[in-house]
Design a protein around this ligand. Sequence first.
Ligand SMILES: NC(=O)c1ccc[n+]([C@@H]2O[C@H](COP(=O)([O-])OP(=O)(O)OC[C@H]3O[C@@H](n4cnc5c(N)ncnc54)[C@H](O)[C@@H]3O)[C@@H](O)[C@H]2O)c1
Length: 362
Amino acid sequence: MKIGVPKEIKIGETRVSMTPSLCRRCVSLGAKVLIQKSAGLSAGFTDSEYREAGAVLVSDAAKVWKSADLVLKVKEPLPSEYDLLQDGQALFTYLHLAAGPALAKILQRKNILGIAYETVEGADGSYPLLKPMSQIAGRLAIQVGAYFLQSQYGGSGVLLGGIPGTLPGHVVVVGAGNSGAHAVQMAAGMGARVTVLDLDTRKLELLDSEYRGRVVTLMSNPANLESCVADADLLIGAVLIPAAKAPTVVTNAMVSRMRPGSVIVDIAIDQGGCIESIRPTSHKEPVYKQHGVVHYAVPNMPALVGRTSTLGLTQATEPYVAMIVQRGVNAALAAHKGLAKGVNTRDGRITNEAVAKELGCA
Ligand SMILES: NC(=O)c1ccc[n+]([C@@H]2O[C@H](COP(=O)([O-])OP(=O)(O)OC[C@H]3O[C@@H](n4cnc5c(N)ncnc54)[C@H](O)[C@@H]3O)[C@@H](O)[C@H]2O)c1
């Protein structure tokens, strides 16, 4: 099997889908790895490390795509990559098709076997390939939010931890899953006042017992959201309905009642975002102001910490990639139900039910 690893081209992207260590493993299992030159540099991996691990270095992205049976990526293909996709090719990457109808059409037209990291399921129903990036995005959301709260960057000038004698900042996290729980952890660690809302009482119970009163847990309903959002210095959107477009949980009316210079970080932007006033931004221009509130909605936040993110992502993908190399893609999908849940497109069809429903092709 030939595995192609192109350099990521999304704005500000620094991750790579394969480390030299994973490359060595794939080569030892019999794969030929074609990696684009300098693909790993922004994550701290040099071309010579890949060469020593047995990869063939290729200068041109088109050559990587052309001869690969399986293209291993981090982010979804961008329009400039659409022509490079080869009919019938397998693609293993984040796809987020519910928020990307144009890409879904291309994958259908080219009969791509599109396996989305974000819908691969663990035995317990969890999403093991989404988890590490969500953990990173959750932790980063507080770091980024604290930065944009600073007066020089358009923020209200609130220090999240405060100092003795002043009120700490109020961080409100909507969604208590992987990203939300990690945002809560960082915010509490910085000494902020923290409120977290979810629909799932088990998640709230876990956080309640972990933080023993240091964090307020609330059911996510319009009344609770209205009062919390109005008082938030930093609002984090961290909801997910697997494979579906994110629901609008925080309305324009709620955002318009926030204090000027408060900050919103909508982590869920890759699934369309859960704040009504949100639209995607990029690492080049990460924020805009609406209703006097700073909005941050970068869909590839983990690229801010490319080294940690690459290591976190590839340690999660490695067992699946190894299985695909050992058995071949189709046999691996037949043998592993959780991996098969990752298949979003196949033979010109959208095969994931939630994605198909979202795109109106169910
Ligand atoms: N922007 C980025 O760079 C980046 C990086 C990683 C992950 N993400 C995205 O972050 C989002 C969250 O991922 P996750 O792994 O934390 O998901 P998760 O499934 O672990 O958690 C989502 C939580 O949202 C809750 N929820 C659903 N509807 C809700 C509502 N109406 N109100 C409150 N809570 C609600 C669920 O009960 C669940 O606890 C996803 O869209 C994911 O793709 C974005």
